[in-house]
Structures are given as C-alpha cells and as structure tokens.
Design a protein around this ligand. Structure first.
Ligand code: ASP
Length: 426
C-alpha cells in the first residue's frame, strides 16, 4: 500500500529527529557527522530552494485569481473585513498572552545582564527607529512588479497582485485573456507544488536532522524561564486558542486541523519560514479543508506575509524579558506601547528564518530598551523560531477555514463560478 504524502511527511519528520539525535551524539569532528550534516544541508537546502522557486508565480497568480473570483462572487468586501478582523484579533490575543505570561513568570528577573556583556558588545545592533520602520514599510509596499518578481520580494508582490486583481475585474471582458492566463498560471504552479511535494518527506527529514544535531541544548538551559515561558505560551496559543476559535466559528475539530494541516505545519517547523511553506499551505487548505481557491488565494498569501501570531507573542515576551534583565520596570503605558509595536513588528516581519529578530529592534527601542540585547536571544533562536513559525502558519490555516466558513458561497455566485473556473486540479 502506498502511503499518502501526509503520512510520508510524518514518517520523514520522525526519521529526521532520530537521525539528528544520532548525528548529534557523535563527536563534532567525526567524519560521519560532518558528512551526514553536509548531505542534510544539501537535501534540505534543495527542498527550500524548490519551494521558493514556485512561491513567486504562485503568490502572484493565486491573489489575482482569488480577487477576481471573490469579486465575481460579490463577497469581496466581507472576505476582506473578516480576514483583517480575524488576523487582527488573533495577533492581539497572542501579544496579550505573551505579556501576561512574562508578567506572571518574570523571566530574566533572576539573571544579571553582565553575564552577556561580551556578546552584547560584539553585536552590531541594527537600529530601527519607528519612523524609519514606518517609512520603509509603507514605501516597501509599492515596487516595480518586475523587480519584486525577480527579487522574490513577497510583500510588494502581494500588494501589486491585489491591485491588478481589482483592475482585472473592473475591466471585465476586456481582459478575459489575462484572466484566463492567470488561472492557467495558478493551475500550473500548483502542479509544480505537487511535484515538489514528492521531495517533502526527504526535505523535512534532512532539515530536522540538521536542526536537532546542531541545536545546542545547553544554551537553551542558560535561560530556562524565558525559553519555557515562550514555548509554553506559544504552544498554548497553537493548541488551545487557535483550535478553540476554529471550533467555535467553523466547527472544525482540533484533531482535524492538525491531521489536515500536518504537511504544512511540519514543513513550517522544519524550514522556520512561513513564506517557503506557503505553497504547501495553499494546497493544504484547498485540498484538505475544502476552502475555495478564491478564498484561499486571498487569505493565505495575506496571512503568510502579515499574520504572525507566534512572532508577535515572542516579540512581546522578549521585550519584557530584556526589561527584567536590565532591571527596568515597564509601566502599564509602556506595556501598551510594547503590545502595539509587537503587533506591528510581526506584521512587518517577512516570513523567513529569524526575521522577527530584526523587527524586534523597533519594539525594544520604542520603550528605551538596549537593542544590543538581541545578541542574547540570537543563539537560542533556532528552536524558538521553528515553534513560532509553526504557530504562524497554523494561524493562516485557521484563518482561511474561518473566513471560508463566515463567507459561504451564495447560490447564484456558485453557478457563475462553476461556469468560469478551470477543470479540477489534479
Ligand atoms: N520565521 C518566522 C516565519 O517565517 C518569522 C520570525 O522570525 O518570527 O514565520
């Protein structure tokens, strides 16, 4: 019997963890370990490169087609509003959870910042004052589309695709050929994703093996309270809050969520990149949760670039950790600022590994905390990044199912769409 790709990825993940433990147990210079890590980097890198290869045409086509489909179904407005409300609300819950846990457990209060003096002195802090971030963010939204296509700049690409989608629909029959071209491009890109998926179990195994073999567990032990607070709260958000909302709104059980979303969640953990995982997320929500391509094509790319619950939670908790470490008591007002900035920082962070670390500078600066303190967090970021990326992607999956449930197709819209869509994807 042939295993489904979903099960194959699970087996790949288990094999990767076992292999990682094995390689990790070998001395650092053992030939087997060096060669094993090299092969793992090669296979894992190839998997990520292939995902990134299909990402750009896929994001572009899925948004344009999504917008066109939604406008045709005449529920564009509602989908917009529900998407933004759901993403905004879950981001806010995540930040509040992070702040609450950090206030209760006070990580860093029992440590001295001098312990990290060397690391902080050697760290070249990238300052990111809020006005600069805002200018960068706003002007970064609009770019020559060919430049963003070529550079793989996802955020301006999403924005351009949104605008183009609206224009295409307004133009109606005049642009029927481009419309059709986009639909075919989307179909074709998803076919390529299907091919890349064949490599997914091996890619996931390789990435996890490398992660486990090279993660310095002792480093995590140097700041146990902080690591536990972040992991515990992020897991709480991913295991209780998001599935709870999904159950309340769409009546999809947590088990169905994890089983159906497994391919995407495991890939997110292994790659630490929600952008690289997006092709799989899009496939998963359509195939396993029956989200219509029009909704998925809109909600998933927007979520991938902007909705990062795990990152928002982390930024807030980390700011409080650093405040405790340097002995600054943040007032309620300052915590409100941290809350707001963490949400912005998560929205602005691109879906790539450790991106949250860069935008964190802005959160720290907003309340006068030393940006150099990021140096303390970097060495332990690999595992934490893997966990928060998984929750980021889970938020996108939940978001698309919820938005679909809140905007069911109307009878006449279904008829129109059926006339216009391509034959079913394989
Ligand atoms: N790695 C995260 C993601 O891709 C972003 C972050 O660093 O928090 O979703």
């Amino acid at each position: 019997m042939r295993m489904s790709i979903n099960v194959q990825i699970l087996v790949g993940a288990a094999a990767g963890v076992a292999l990682g433990m094995l390689l990790g147990a070998l001395p650092a210079d053992a030939a087997l370990r060096v060669q094993g890590l090299y092969v793992a980097s090669l296979v894992g890198g190839l998997f990520i490169a292939l995902l990134k290869m299909v990402l750009v045409p896929l994001v572009f086509a899925s948004i344009v087609v999504g917008i066109a489909g939604l406008r045709r179904q005449q529920n564009m407005q509602c989908v917009w509003v529900t998407t933004l409300l759901f993403y905004g609300a879950t981001l806010a819950i995540a930040v509040l959870l992070g702040l609450l846990a950090a206030n209760i457990f006070r990580p860093g209060a029992d440590m001295q910042v001098e312990m990290f003096a060397d690391a902080m002195a050697a760290f070249e802090a990238k300052r990111l004052p809020f006005p600069e971030f805002l200018t960068q963010f706003v002007t970064g939204l609009f770019q020559n589309p060919f430049a963003s296509l070529a550079q793989g700049a996802i955020v301006p690409l999403v924005v351009f695709a949104l605008i183009l989608g609206v224009a295409l629909v307004q133009g109606g029959e005049r642009y029927a050929t481009i419309n059709r071209l986009m639909e075919e491009m989307l179909d074709l890109s998803l076919k390529l994703v299907g091919w890349v998926m064949v490599l997914a179990p091996y890619g996931v195994a390789a990435l996890l093996a490398r992660l486990i073999a090279t993660q310095d567990v002792a480093l995590l032990g140097t700041m146990p309270t902080f690591v536990l607070v972040v992991l515990g709260t992020t897991l709480f958000h991913g295991v209780v809050v998001l599935p709870g909302l999904l159950w309340l709104i769409a009546r999809v059980s947590p088990l169905a969520l994890w089983r159906g979303g497994r391919e995407s969640l495991i890939t997110a953990f292994a790659t630490s990149s929600s952008a690289a995982t997006m092709p799989i997320t899009l496939r998963v929500v359509e195939k396993n949760f029956g989200v219509r391509p029009a909704t998925a094509g809109f909600v998933v790319p927007i979520g991938t670039t902007m909705n990062m619950d795990g990152t928002a939670l982390y930024e807030a908790a980390a700011a409080l950790f650093i405040a405790n470490l340097v002995g600054i008591e943040l007032s309620l007002g300052q915590q409100v600022v941290v809350c707001f900035m963490s949400m912005l920082a998560a929205v602005g962070a691109p879906g790539i590994p450790s991106a949250g670390m860069v935008t964190m500078a802005m959160v720290l600066q907003s309340v006068g905390l030393p940006v150099e303190a990021i140096a303390i967090l970097l060495p332990i970021d690999r595992l934490l990044d893997a966990v928060r990326t998984t929750v980021n992607v889970e938020g996108d999956i939940v978001g698309s199912i919820v938005v679909e449930a809140l905007n069911p197709p109307t009878a006449d819209a279904t008829a129109v769409v059926h006339q216009q869509t391509l034959p079913t994807r394989t």
